[in-house]
Design a protein around this ligand. Sequence first.
Ligand SMILES: *Cc1c(COP(=O)(O)O)cnc(C)c1O
Length: 371
Amino acid sequence: MTIPFLNLTELHAPLKQEMLKELDEVLGQSSFILGGKVQQFEEDFAAYCGVDHAIGVNSGTTALHMALLALDVGPGDEVLVPAMTFVATAEAVRYTGATPIFIDIEPGRMTLDPALIEKSITSRTKAIIPVHLYGLMADMPAICAIAKKHGLKVIEDAAQAHGAEVDGRRAGQWGDIACFSFYPGKNLGACGEAGAVVTRSADLDEQVRILRDWGQEGRYNHVRQGFNARMDGFQGAMLGVKLKHLEKWTEARRALGKIYWEKLADVPGIVMQAVPDDCRHVYHVLAVLVNNRDAVQTALSDSGVQSGIHYPYPVPHLKSFKSMGHVMGDFPVSEAVGKKELSLPMCPTLSKEQIATVCGTLKRSLEDISS
Ligand SMILES: *Cc1c(COP(=O)(O)O)cnc(C)c1O
């Protein structure tokens, strides 16, 4: 019996009738772009995040791009980003003509290291994008304090962190603006591409709404360079159905995360992502660090346990970022995570017994490989 990394078909099965009814309504209204379902979802998602405004767009990457433009980031500007993240964080910065400046992550927590920020700030630095990696919030109190001191904007990349909290405040409530992805595999996923920008600022809300809809302020009144970045009606409808279950699913992920901790935290050769006491980790990814990662992954796969890697290379070491001239050794913590990180099965539909099987198989594989 295979243990899947993620099983969306099983997750959606109990909601299928409701989802089909919603799709039927969108079809009946022909409200394919934005429309009532998207508007309702925007209101509900803003409330979920505890902010006043959410703007639906067509991907998480677009959310980052629009957020940067709303803050007037452009050519000549520098934006600080963690070296260990999905490539989209840095690509969105390049789309604006600005330069991503990479910073290493903290050991343990594995998010942007606040202690390394100040030495990377120059007269060109305009913003910081902390990434809430694997569903664990970056150290937002420290990062926001540094940003405030230096007059920098903060854009949260919350693509992996729907409902995550630090200090009792949710992802989306810390930065000037925050970006979510609803890629199907994320904690809240659409049935296709979708994303959202959330903010407490009415001005930024207005700018993102203008940007996502061809730079229009009212029909055919194009006031700035704009984009076709709107969320589609079917996705708004699917997200509306799924949002109602997000807290329950998040609690299921946290319960599975707890079992992983009980079974793996004291095992020699396994390092877990360190979760500070003031954080609500939403376990988008259950990340462990192990030696001989690729061999361990193969052994798991041979025993029917699916796993993933997030991510094998720090972004500045990707070929596409070669022109920035970084070399091995520039980002030691990110480089170690790239070599050792293994993502174990994590899905609200998994059972305790399945997690126990994963942990047993992992322990045996580690013993076999190191002996
Ligand atoms: C998924 C992801 C994105 C991009 O979201 P898309 O919806 O796939 O465009 C950006 N940043 C991070 C950290 C992500 O995990």
